[in-house]
Design a protein around this ligand. Sequence first.
Ligand SMILES: Cc1cc2nc3c(=O)[nH]c(=O)nc-3n(C[C@H](O)[C@H](O)[C@H](O)COP(=O)(O)OP(=O)(O)OC[C@H]3O[C@@H](n4cnc5c(N)ncnc54)[C@H](O)[C@@H]3O)c2cc1C
Length: 380
Amino acid sequence: MQIKTTIIGAGVVGLAVAARLAEKHGPLLVIERNPSIGQETSSRNSEVVHAGIYYPRGSLKARLCIQGRKMLYALCRKARIAHCQCGKIIVATDRDEEQRLEDIKQRAEANGVHDLRLLTASQVNQMEPNVKAVAALLSPSTGIIDSHRLMRHLAARAQKNKAHFFFETNVESLERRSDGRYQIVVKYRDGQTDTFSSRQVVNCAGLEADRIAAKAGIDIDACKYRQYYWKGEYFSCDLPAGYIKRLVYPVPLPANVGLGIHATIDLGGRIKLGPNTIYLPEKQYDYTVDAQNSKLFHQAAQRYLPGLRKEQLQPEMAGIRPKLQKPGDGVRDFILEEESAKGLAGLINCIGIESPGLTSCLAIAEYVASLLEKNTATGK
Ligand SMILES: Cc1cc2nc3c(=O)[nH]c(=O)nc-3n(C[C@H](O)[C@H](O)[C@H](O)COP(=O)(O)OP(=O)(O)OC[C@H]3O[C@@H](n4cnc5c(N)ncnc54)[C@H](O)[C@@H]3O)c2cc1C
């Protein structure tokens, strides 16, 4: 079978890329090892549409989060995808944290997020009577989205434009041939293998994205493409709907690898706490939630939700972040690379797509499309 473009992975990023490319690039193939779309990280997250507050200025994370957020809200309105621009507050629970709110505001403004507002303790109390804070930052553009509905919409759009989906199909090997096409060997659920070729390949394999790049012959250590797994657990809270009306985040610690245990609401008004950040050195797919961690979650959340009782917490679910840093490493950006410089023209790698990958998915798809168009224009 001869294909022009193959996308590996049907998470939210692969689906956004498929929907975008199918419109202009014609028939394409999406290969997914699971029986259906979005069964891994894309369905194990907070479903928050981030504003773009914390990321380093000029980074892909900052730029694509802001662009992606605007695109996502526009798409949700147009396609009637359930979402709510409920806003979020970042709460300072002591004077030291209060000082850091101004830094966060300045960083957000440097990124182009100009709608953050500082709130006094009494303003917080008026808006969120169950939240305790000495001060807070309000982010009105933060929201929540039904990520499953989003993924179904993207998959349907891709299929309408003649994208073919192969489910329960694992990419076993990926090799650039002398004619410039990529030879892809896949294995189906029944153990049968198949081989076909594709002119372009977009690697959106999430937790496996570095391994796919390695299969194509890239030295993932030399290129700093190696991913490390960090689990994030969630606990649901048995609290009445409306207990909080906005997402509530703590002030992140300076060297934190996550945003701190926050309280999110889903579209049904259910409140959950999480995620924490647990390094998984063996890179195992460990989605268990340790019930004993409820004590730590309770302690963390009680600082800003003093009325929350420990017995109201129940283990809910976990997700795994494909980070480019291991413990002690500095902040890293998304990797979105067209690999001509490595002798792999037409291969696009999307690596380290942790948060805000859901928020950024439509902007990532635009970025990938522009990389492919540049590659085609230069005739590589
Ligand atoms: C705890 C947690 C909380 C988060 N919260 C948020 C949030 O609130 N807001 C936000 O914007 N982002 C959030 N994120 C990040 C967001 O979930 C991810 O960035 C996004 O889902 C990544 O999508 P993806 O398509 O790249 O990866 P995935 O969803 O992992 O999809 C990759 C797909 O590739 C497939 N695949 C892998 N290898 C192969 C192979 N060899 N052959 C065939 N198929 C293969 C997999 O089966 C999978 O379906 C969070 C992440 C975590 C872990």
